[in-house]
Design a protein. Structure first.
Length: 327
């Protein structure tokens, strides 16, 4: 019988949140004696994110309910469960497996106080620090290496497909409208820069990307909707500078140590989800004189109204000036 401990780590969503968990897998794998067998449980649409991560031995996924995977997980006889999500689904898994569990302190009350009343008890308590605190009883310490992102070889995209010159990558998309850069902001940035630009995003961003590529031919190239998340990450890895809102692409850029211009709207870095240890020259761009921010935890609500969202108070000039400084 093997003495190797078996650990299940749970995080069901999202792209950015999962990328932010990667230091936990690494410190467990590299610092624990003997090195554990690490399993990861997530939703099916995110299952591929860590497929090339050498610190994860096996990935389990669900469509909706944990009952889909319950029998399989029980057969594996886990020694420990590390719950980095802390919701109803993860609680059901812990109850079913009856293993010793370690659970994230989400500090939702402190987030609510910050959003509702502007009272900041979080004091820059970054989510990565809280993830690492969850496994501190194992004797694990922050190794200072930041985030990880591994692109499977089969998913690599050559930037030369679009441009043979050094380029700026601009991530167009965002899960919530309060985080998403406006079309006019991105167009202003494209107009202000002389460098080649590769636009990345999902299928919802294809039309915007196509219009910008048509508006700035031979200098702005549209990769939005043409590649997987790994493919977009591959392009980010090759960029000179990355421009991204508070999204998963921002965290992927940080994982690669890229020079990053992060653009913020209804959310703020003070909520604990800022880019974690990106290139030290990276620049945060925020709207000024909007003292009600943050408007919401997720960026799905704005205290200033939908027609006057916080993100619209950032100018294309602010963003392009930050890019030029990094270039």
């Amino acid at each position: 019988m093997s003495d190797q401990p078996k650990i299940l780590v749970i995080r069901f969503s999202s792209i950015g949140d999962i990328v932010l968990t990667t230091p936990v897998f690494r410190v467990l794998k590299e610092q624990m004696e003997p090195s554990p067998e690490i399993h990861f449980l997530t939703k099916k649409q995110f299952g591929g994110l860590l497929e090339a991560n050498p610190h994860v031995d096996r990935i389990h996924t669900i469509e909706k309910a944990t009952a889909e995977i319950d029998a399989t997980l029980k057969e594996l006889h886990f020694d420990y469960v590390v719950d980095l999500h802390k919701n109803v689904r993860s609680s059901m898994v812990k109850r079913s497996l009856k293993a010793l569990d370690f659970t994230l302190n989400k500090r939702n009350w402190d987030k609510w106080l910050l959003v509702r009343f502007g009272k900041d008890n979080l004091q820059d308590a970054h989510i990565v620090k809280r993830y690492l605190d969850t496994v501190r009883l194992f004797g694990m310490e922050d190794d200072g290496k930041g985030l990880d992102y591994y692109v499977p070889e089969k998913e690599e995209v050559k930037a030369s497909t679009y441009s043979s010159a050094p380029f700026v990558a601009i991530a167009l998309g965002a899960a919530h409208i309060g985080k998403k850069m406006t079309a006019s902001q991105v167009e202003d940035v494209c107009a202000a820069l002389e460098e080649d630009i590769i636009l990345i995003g999902g299928k919802d961003d294809m039309e915007q990307g196509a219009l910008l590529a048509e508006r700035f031919p031979n200098r702005v190239f549209n990769a939005a909707g043409k590649h997987s998340i790994h493919g977009s990450a591959s392009l980010i890895k090759q960029a000179s500078v990355v421009v991204a809102a508070d999204t998963g692409m921002m965290h992927i850029a940080a994982a690669f140590g890229k020079k990053l211009v992060s653009v913020w709207g209804c959310t703020t870095p003070s909520l604990g989800m800022s880019a974690y240890r990106p290139h030290p020259d990276s620049i945060v761009v925020e709207p000024v004189e909007l003292d009600k921010r943050p408007c919401s935890k997720l960026g799905n609500k704005c205290k200033y109204g939908e027609a006057n969202r916080c993100i619209t108070h950032v100018t294309g000039d602010q963003i392009s000036a930050a890019v030029k400084k990094l270039l």
